[in-house]
Structure formats: structure tokens, C-alpha cells
Design a protein around this ligand. Structure first.
Ligand SMILES: Nc1ncnc2c1ncn2[C@@H]1O[C@H](COP(=O)(O)OP(=O)(O)OP(=O)(O)O)[C@@H](O)[C@H]1O
Length: 226
């Protein structure tokens, strides 16, 4: 499916308000198979809110969000959109393998299939040898890579990552960004990533700039104009 023009997400006039605050304001956007999109903009400009709408874990207060390949939206198709947050959010009493396995079990995979897919995802992230470790026995960078493994283990067509490198130091952030890109490439997923890190943004093909909840520019990376 990668790069074949398959439309994964269509946002039309998306708005999201929280009381008096307008976090996302009349945003129309498209995510296509194989996309590599950096969502940039100042703190509070609505990046996380937009990502949550694209991932289907929040609903717009105006406009429409549709996933042409996922009737009913991602919540009706568990595992179809992989999500990576700023913090790994691993369950502390589960091993790395069990953390990756859990969403697959919840999505209805058999225990055997979930274990196999989870182990493969961990190996892809060079974490096979840490499968039995508990989260507190992992470094920060390793825990983040487990979170990436968890997001891709179900082989989603779309991965949404909300500032996944923000809590990491420079080299660890670079390593995670490289691992995330290599992994989405391997599973053939599109990637939408909110980031303040210019080196991460520069590795994408497209940049969406947000200001005060509005998508102000869509720029092919390396182009002079939008
Ligand atoms: N659950 C919420 N309740 C109230 N206001 C919210 C909520 N979530 C976001 N907001 C507000 O919406 C606006 C956009 O927030 P959002 O987190 O999307 O910005 P952001 O660009 O991701 O910021 P950052 O780069 O700091 O993570 C902000 O003014 C924020 O305070």
C-alpha cells in the first residue's frame, strides 16, 4: 500500500474546542499511504489536538473526520492506527513483551499470534533481548522503543506520534527517531509526527505548520514555497 495514493484520513473543516479555547480551527487535511508528515508549530498551537483527531481518539466539535479504509473509525478497528505518545506509558507490572502483546489481545488476536507479533516487533526495534524486562528495568530510550513496538505490532497503515522524542536527550532522541522511521518503513505505514525537533522534522517529506489551531502551511520538505 505504501505510496500508492490510498487515502487513509480525510479531515474536512475540523474544529475542536475545549470550553472557551479553540484548539483546532477549521483544519482540512489529507493523509495518504506512505506519507511522512511532520506537524510543527509553537506550544499550544493545536498539534496534539489535531493528532488525536487523526488517530480517532478524540472527536471534532465541528467538521468531519473520516478514514476511508476504516468504516466507523479507528476505534472500530483496534490496532489499525498506531499511536506513540511523548511518554511511553507502559504498564508497570507487565514485561516489555506483555506490554506490546496487550493491545493485540484486546484487538482479538489469539494469544499465540499476539505473542509472535509482539516478539517480532520487539526484534525489529532491537529489543528482543529485553522482552522479559519490566518497564522500570529499561532505560528511557528502551522504554520509548517498546512503545514504538507496541504501536506497530498490529501492522497499522497509519502511525501517529505525538512528540515522541521530546523527553529524550539528543543522541537518544535521534536513535528513537531513526528507529521509528525504519519501523514504519518496514511495516509500510504512513507517519504523522508532531515535533519541536527540527532534525526530526527534516527527515519527513512534508511539513504541516500550525498556528493558533490553524493549519497555515503544507510544505514539501526541501521546497522553498508551499
Ligand atoms: N483537554 C483539554 N482541555 C482544555 N484545553 C485543552 C485541552 N487540550 C488542549 N487544550 C488547549 O488547546 C490548545 C492546543 O493544545 P495542544 O496540546 O493541542 O497544543 P500543542 O501544539 O500540542 O502544544 P505543545 O507543543 O505544548 O504540546 C492549548 O491552548 C491547550 O491549552
Amino acid at each position: 500500500m505504501t505510496g500508492d495514493g490510498t487515502v487513509l484520513f480525510v479531515g474536512t473543516g475540523l474544529g475542536r474546542t475545549f470550553g472557551e479555547v479553540t484548539a483546532v480551527d477549521d483544519v482540512s487535511c489529507l493523509v495518504v499511504a506512505g506519507d511522512r508528515i511532520a506537524v510543527t508549530g509553537p506550544s499550544g498551537s493545536g498539534k496534539s489536538t489535531l493528532l488525536h483527531l487523526v488517530a480517532g481518539i478524540d472527536r471534532p466539535t465541528s467538521g468531519t473526520a473520516t478514514w476511508p479504509r476504516l468504516p466507523g473509525g479507528p476505534l472500530q478497528h483496534p490496532g489499525s492506527v498506531g499511536i506513540v505518545f511523548q511518554q511511553p506509558n507502559l504498564l508497570p507490572d507487565l514485561t516489555a513483551l506483555e506490554n506490546v502483546q496487550l493491545p493485540l489481545l484486546l484487538a482479538g488476536h489469539t494469544a499465540e499470534a499476539a505473542a509472535e507479533a509482539a516478539a517480532e516487533a520487539l526484534r525489529t526495534l532491537e529489543l528482543g533481548h529485553l522482552a522479559d524486562r519490566l518497564p522500570h528495568e529499561l532505560s528511557g530510550g528502551q522504554a520509548h522503543r517498546v512503545a514504538v513496538a507496541r504501536a506497530v505490532a498490529g501492522r497499522p497503515e497509519l502511525v501517529v506520534a505525538d512528540e515522541p522524542t521530546a523527553a529524550l536527550d539528543g543522541p537518544t532522541a535521534a536513535h528513537l527517531a531513526a528507529a521509528l522511521l525504519a519501523t514504519v518503513e518496514r511495516v509500510g505505514a504512513a507517519l504523522l509526527i508532531a515535533t519541536h525537533d527540527e532534525t526530526v522534522a527534516a527527515r519527513m517529506r512534508t511539513s504541516w505548520s500550525m498556528t493558533h489551531g490553524t493549519l497555515t502551511r503544507i510544505t514539501p520538505i526541501g521546497a522553498d514555497t508551499c
